[in-house]
Design a binder for this molecule. Sequence first.
Ligand code: ADP
Ligand code: MG
Length: 453
Amino acid sequence: MPGGEGIKIFARIKPTKRPSRLFDIDPDTNAISFNIPRDTANGILVNNARTNFNFKFDGIFGMDATQEDVFNVVAKSSVDSVLEGYNSTIFAYGQTGSGKTFTITGGTERYDDRGVIPRVLAYLFDVCRKDTEAQYSVYISFLEIYNESGFDLLDAAHDEGVAGLDDLQKVVILEDENGGMHLKGLSMNLANSAEEAMNLLFVGDTNRAMSATVMNDNSSRSHCIFTISVESRRAGTDVIRRSKLNLVDLAGSERTHKTGATGQLLRESKYINTSLHFLEVCIMALGDVQKGSRTHVPYRNSVMTMVLRDSLGGNCKTSMVATLNAEKAQTEETISTAKFAQRVALVQNKAEVNEERDPKLVIKRLKAEIKELKGELAFLRQTGGGGEGGEELELTQTELNHLRTKVKNFLIDPDPAAALSLGEQFTFKKMQAAFSASVSYTHLRAHETEADL
Ligand code: ADP
Ligand code: MG
């Protein structure tokens, strides 16, 4: 796509006391290389024909990187973009236990452990508060996708106790005639402050934990999308901007990928997360679209890819954080995650500012303009007509006859330089009368242009 911008990919390595010595990070080139000696490859890599891998990223967060580092490098510019009217998405991808939730939401033990969402909220509301030129409205949605069904994590039904997933209303995807997508049943909750938004995050997270119990599973099999929708109006304009920031904590990738680079058969289907599988399929297709060897991207195959359609190859600025487990036993998964990130980096998006004229604001402005013009007109009539009550006086029959004669003489005057004077006080009534007189005398017209007034 010409003029597009690639999805930015970052790697984050989860701290461990026992990092494997099979990989190496080059901070200068943002590359991670794996060197697997052949004799130890067995049992770690399915495809042991290849033992060297080199993966490039837009940035790498090593084991000592802080939550603040991740926010500053990955998320801060996303908030800035959203405030400018661009859609933005940050998604974490990696095997279970590699740090996706820690990155997106954060840890609860220490204040410093707060992740991207709390930091984004604090920064966003801070910028909004300081910007006196514009008015902002912020809404929060929290969607969980489990087994190809969407659930609203902020649905009040959770409060009444959920015995099973059937107790919850499903979120349904609807498409309009323009191909726009709407999530029916997903609430948008107004948040007036970072505290209110944080409370919604807390409510949603609690509900996520609860539904995980109901699902008799852990959260590693569901995807969560925390969406911050921002509406802004700049003072003195009719323009309204609407943009979204999606912060996505995907299901564990370990059940997804094809084994090895050669595209062997998928693992048993019961272990495959359909959404993540189709995410891979879409990313592959998008790569082919880029190369021109394909035009269709099968977003419709899963709920998650439909919800994230714009984030993948569409109107959105997207970043991916690939979370990596540095332990030796996890090398295969780590390489597979890094490999997936390389394909994601090839996807080109085309983000545009989402703005439109708000009809309500246009009408409001036009009404104000009309009111002002009416006032001006009344004033002109008043001063021009000299009438006391503001209304212009009617012309007397004598004045009318006098005017008609003037118009007639003007029209028959052969002198091209002749001028028509309507008397000392020029009023609308006089002008109207002169005009209708000139129309009735059209047969006399000598000065067509002047008579046209
Ligand atoms: P995932 O969501 O990918 O399954 P988690 O984010 O839940 O993984 O991480 C698993 C565990 O590791 C959690 O206890 C988490 O607090 C811890 N953890 C993950 N990443 C980091 C990190 N960068 N620094 C410190 N602890 C981390
Ligand atoms: Mg998690």
